[in-house]
Design a protein around this ligand. Structure first.
Ligand SMILES: [Fe+2]
Length: 286
C-alpha cells in the first residue's frame, strides 16, 4: 500500500490518499495513521465505502468508541455508530438546521471529553454544509507571553450549557439536565500525543473560571475564543459522499455551517473516541 499525504493548510489538516479503510491494515500502517492524526489534527480520507460496522472498525484504528449520549441519535441497526441528520424534526415541525453551529469542542463538560470526533458522509447537499476547523494550538502559540502567563494554571468549569450561551442545543428535562456532568479543565490544555498546548475554550459550556468574577471570566473567555476563531488557522472541509474526516478535539475547534438548501438531505455517521482527563501544561524541568 502506498500512502500519500497532502497538507490541507499551512498549520492544520492533511488528506491521506491511497488508503481503503474498509480493508484490514497492519500495525505499522495503523501507527502511521495515528501519527498523521495527532500531527495534523484534522485528517481526511476520500472515497471510502463503509457499512456501519466497517466505519466503526476504521474509527477504532484511532481509539475506543464511546456511546452516543442521546439514544435517539444512535443507528437502530448498529448503535455503536450514531448519525447527524438535518431531517430530525423539531417540535415546531420545522427542520432542524444542523447540530454543531458555532465553533465548539464536543462534550467538554465530561470529566474526560472525547479525544476525537469522526464523521462519514453519506448524503451531502449539492453545495454548502461544510465543516470548519480552527487550530487552538496555533492560536495558543500566537498568544503574547503575557497572556500565556495569565492563563497558565487557570481552570474553567464546563457544564452542559453555559448561562450565557445563545445557541440552541438539545433541550433536556430538568431531571436529565441535573444528571449531566460538569468538569473543571485547564484553559491551556496539553495534548500528550503531540506535545503541544492548545486553548481549551468552549463558550457554549463554560460557566466560569476559578478565582475570577463572572464578568471578568467571560471577558477573558470571549477574548481567547475570538482570538482562536478569527480564521487565521482555519481549514474548511467541503464534503463529498464517502469522506471520512476525523479530528483531534485537543487541537482544534470545529463548527458546522448552515449555508445549504434544507430541502436537501445532509446525513453523516458519527462516532466519538474516548479521551483522557485534560492535562495542564507540564511543569518545566528545572
Ligand atoms: Fe460538534
Amino acid at each position: 500500500m502506498t500512502m500519500q499525504v497532502r497538507p490541507l493548510t499551512d498549520t492544520l489538516g492533511a488528506e491521506i490518499i491511497g488508503v481503503d479503510l474498509a480493508q484490514p491494515l497492519d500495525d505499522v500502517h495503523k501507527r502511521e495513521l495515528y501519527r498523521l492524526f495527532v500531527d495534523n489534527a484534522v485528517v481526511v480520507f476520500r472515497d471510502q465505502h463503509f457499512t456501519p460496522q466497517q466505519f466503526a472498525a476504521a474509527a477504532e484504528i484511532f481509539g475506543e468508541i464511546i456511546p452516543e449520549q442521546f439514544p435517539n441519535y444512535r443507528l437502530p441497526e448498529f448503535p455503536t455508530v450514531s448519525f447527524l441528520s438535518n431531517s430530525d424534526l423539531e417540535k415546531t415541525g420545522k427542520k432542524r438546521a444542523v447540530r454543531g453551529e458555532g465553533f465548539h469542542t464536543d462534550h467538554s463538560n465530561y470529566e474526560a471529553p472525547p479525544k476525537a470526533t469522526i464523521l462519514y458522509g453519506i448524503d451531502i447537499p449539492t453545495s454548502g454544509g461544510d465543516t470548519e476547523f480552527v487550530s487552538v494550538q496555533a492560536a495558543y502559540d500566537d498568544l503574547s507571553a503575557q497572556t500565556k502567563q495569565l492563563i497558565a494554571g487557570l481552570r474553567a468549569t464546563h457544564a452542559y450549557k453555559s448561562q450565557r450561551d445563545q445557541h440552541k442545543s438539545t433541550v433536556l428535562s430538568a431531571d436529565a439536565l441535573a444528571k449531566t456532568p460538569s468538569a473543571r479543565h485547564p484553559l491551556a490544555r496539553f495534548n500528550p500525543d503531540n506535545g503541544r498546548l492548545g486553548l481549551f475554550v468552549n463558550p457554549g459550556r463554560v460557566t466560569g473560571i476559578d478565582g475570577m468574577e463572572e464578568d471578568a471570566a467571560f471577558d477573558l473567555m470571549d477574548k481567547l475564543y475570538a482570538h482562536a476563531t478569527r480564521g487565521r488557522h482555519l481549514y474548511r472541509h467541503v464534503w463529498r459522499k464517502g469522506d471520512m474526516v476525523l479530528w483531534d478535539n485537543r487541537s482544534v475547534l470545529h463548527q458546522a455551517t448552515t449555508d445549504y438548501d434544507m430541502e436537501e438531505r445532509r446525513y453523516l455517521y458519527r462516532v466519538l473516541l474516548k479521551g483522557e482527563v485534560p492535562l495542564p501544561a507540564p511543569r518545566q524541568a528545572a
